[in-house]
Design a protein around this ligand. Structure first.
Ligand SMILES: C[S@@+](CC[C@H](N)C(=O)[O-])C[C@H]1O[C@@H](n2cnc3c(N)ncnc32)[C@H](O)[C@@H]1O
Length: 259
């Protein structure tokens, strides 16, 4: 089993989840709202992180179960959210059935993603919805750089983290585009997808998140061949408002279990 690459319980992990929430909760809640939430629904939020989506669902549905490997950022959840510390590679950690199951940026991290998807489909009520959001392979092009060499540095750090470090830790950048077929093969109907992407500038959430991930993965990046100078310069670049690049594109795929 590969270990999850980041440390959810650390201070960096806390900021990581906050950046994600500020960048992605808008499109996530828009997508979930579009499925038609009801006050009688029972929901499962997997890899719940900071609990921002679990809390949002709790205000609109009957019950939310929030599962994470590390629940240390889930101390202060809304009434109606039940928190369970559990490793999804060992099953769901809670009995179904659920009307709605949501996982954002979780299955792409887990090599067992296809088995987990089968378990998620089993845990849905007839007519229940599965919603999975993961990062696509879209290249993260720099659109403005302070110095021409910064473009090469950006490309090199992305290459080391995406093509060298991530695959060694079980991360799949292809999963987001494979999810729809996997859902259909698992018997879900009305399989549908949307993508969200935006440009981000140095010093704002998107670049602060890149900087944060670089800090969390520093030993792995150094082992992959990054130099200390490159890492220092890259982190300065992520604070520089003259730098702008495309942020990770998120693809949300949803499907419905037959009635
Ligand atoms: C990239 S974060 C995403 C957090 C949240 N879903 C969001 O989008 O803001 C991945 C989350 O999955 C959790 N996680 C990673 N591996 C896990 C596993 N094997 N079982 C349960 N949770 C896991 C991490 O602790 C972390 O909270």
């Amino acid at each position: 089993m590969t270990e999850y690459i980041f440390d959810t319980g650390s201070e960096l992990g806390h900021h990581h989840l906050d950046h994600l929430g500020r960048m992605l909760d808008g499109p996530a809640t828009w997508r979930l709202q579009g499925l038609g939430l009801r006050p009688d629904m029972r929901c499962l939020e997997l890899g719940a992180g900071s609990g921002s989506i679990a809390n949002w669902l709790a205000g609109r549905t009957r019950e939310v179960v929030a599962v994470d490997l590390d629940t240390s950022q889930l101390d202060d959840v809304a009434p109606g959210v039940q928190v369970i510390r559990h490793d999804l590679r060992d099953g769901l950690g809670v009995d179904g059935p659920f009307d709605l199951i949501h996982a954002r940026l979780v299955l792409m991290h887990l090599p067992e993603r296809r088995q987990i998807l089968t378990r998620l489909v089993d845990a849905l009520v007839p007519g229940g919805h599965l919603v999975l959001g993961d990062i696509t392979e879209r290249p993260l092009e720099a659109v403005a750089v302070p110095e021409p060499a910064d473009r090469d540095l950006w490309t090199r750090m992305l290459h080391l983290s995406h093509d060298v470090v991530s695959p060694a830790r079980g991360i799949s950048w292809a999963w987001a585009r494979q999810t729809a077929d996997a859902m259909a093969a698992a018997g879900l109907l009305d399989v549908d997808a949307m993508e969200f992407s935006q440009t981000v500038a140095g010093g704002t959430d998107g670049c602060l998140l890149h900087r944060n991930l670089n800090q969390q993965a520093e030993p792995l990046l150094l082992a992959a061949g990054a130099t200390a100078d490159e890492i220092t310069h890259y982190r300065e670049l992520m604070l520089d408002p003259r730098f702008r690049a495309w942020f990770y594109q998120i693809r949300y795929t949803n499907g419905r279990k037959p009635d």
